[in-house]
Every structure is written in C-alpha cells, then in structure tokens.
Ligand binder design. Structure first.
Ligand code: ADP
Length: 191
C-alpha cells in the first residue's frame, strides 16, 4: 500500500494531460506543471542574461518575451536544444525541491519528457491520436501553425507510448477520461 504515490504525467499537445492533472488535484494529489516552472525560470536574472546573449530580440526592457523566444526555438530544433540546455537544469532543480517537500500523492505534468527525472515516479502517458489532439488544440484557440510547430518539436505518439509505464486513453469523452483517472487514482494508492 502506497499512500503517497508519485507520477509524471505527459502526452502530446491536446492529449488531455492538463485535464488529467485537474482531476488528480480534485482527488487530493499535489500537482506541479513543469511548463509553469519553465516560465518562472525565464524570470531568473542569469537566464535572462543567457537568453539576451543568444537571442537579443527575445529580451525587451530586461524581460524575456516568451512569444518571441517561442517563435525562434520552435522553428529550429538546434535553438530549442540550446534553450533547454539553459533552462532544464534549473527547472529540474526546482521540481526536485518541490517533490522532496510534498508528503501526499504527487503528479508532475511535463510536456517535454527529457526534463523529467525517473525519481519523480513512473511515467503516465495520456494518449489520443494526433488528429484528435490537433482538433482539440485548435478548438482551445491555438493557431494552426503554432500547433504544428509544437507537435513537430514533441516526441511522436509511438515514442511516447514506448516510454510509458501507464497509458491513460483519452479518445472518448471527458466523462470517460474522468472515470479512467478515478480508477488510476485507486490503483496508484493501492500499489
Ligand atoms: P494538454 O494539457 O495535453 O494540452 P488539455 O487537457 O488542455 O490537453 O486538453 C486540450 C483541450 O481538449 C482542452 O480544451 C480540453 O478541455 C479538451 N479535452 C480534453 N479531453 C477531452 C475529451 N476527452 N473530449 C473532448 N475534449 C477534450
């Protein structure tokens, strides 16, 4: 019996990982979003300096413009790799401290698999086919070109499924998904 399960939740854009995280939170899990930690890290003075040195146009009045930075790095895998080299160690460090401080079931939401540390728990992949994910992301109001760029920068569905310890299917209704997460919660707490 593990009263304090830990998991990493990942999936492609539009897969439903934020929805899964929301349900886990309602069920009493502590949750953290690595993307949000990434946004905080972009306010770190050392990071601002490094970003300004490499992409001067992405920094205005001492602040990183996330949209300007995203336009550069999601258009070029080499630039994305460079940015990740600057931000990932800091993101991982902050999440590590958070994980160590939590004494409840916890879930770390990541959109980039390589930022996750295996010590944060088994990998739960929220799965929906690319066409379904694209439609959901567009309905959510994202621009088609932005959706394609993010999808191209993310691992393929086959890569995500191969890396998964647990798969939560999200090709049905939201109600189906909530039911799957409830079952997952019971299973994780009883392991
Ligand atoms: P992610 O965090 O993986 O990008 P979200 O949880 O934000 O995905 O879901 C993307 C969009 O799709 C949201 O608007 C969400 O409400 C919607 N959504 C999630 N699951 C379903 C589902 N099973 N059926 C219909 N819409 C869904």
């Amino acid at each position: 019996m593990s009263p304090h399960p830990r998991v990493v939740v990942a999936g492609g854009i539009g897969s439903g990982k934020s929805t899964v995280i929301g349900v886990l939170s309602e069920l009493g899990w502590s949750v953290i979003n690595a993307d949000e930690v990434g946004h905080e890290v972009l306010m770190d003075p050392e990071v601002i300096e490094a970003v300004a040195a490499r992409w001067p146009r992405a920094v205005t009045d001492g602040e990183v413009s996330r949209s300007a930075l995203a336009a550069v790095v999601f258009a070029d895998p080499g630039e994305l790799f460079t940015l990740e080299g600057i931000t990932h160690p800091l993101i991982a460090g902050r999440i590590e401290s958070w994980v160590d401080s939590v004494a409840e079931p916890l879930a770390v939401e990541v959109s980039v698999l390589k930022v996750a540390n295996p010590g944060w728990g088994p990998l739960v992949i929220v799965h929906a086919a690319k066409s379904v994910r694209r439609e959901r992301a567009l309905e959510r109001g994202m621009k088609a070109a932005d959706v394609e760029a993010r999808m191209a920068a993310q691992p393929t569905d086959a890569e995500l499924l191969a890396a998964a310890n647990v798969v939560i299917d999200n090709q049905g209704t939201v109600e189906d998904l909530v039911e799957s997460v409830r079952r997952f919660d019971l299973w994780a707490r009883s392991r």
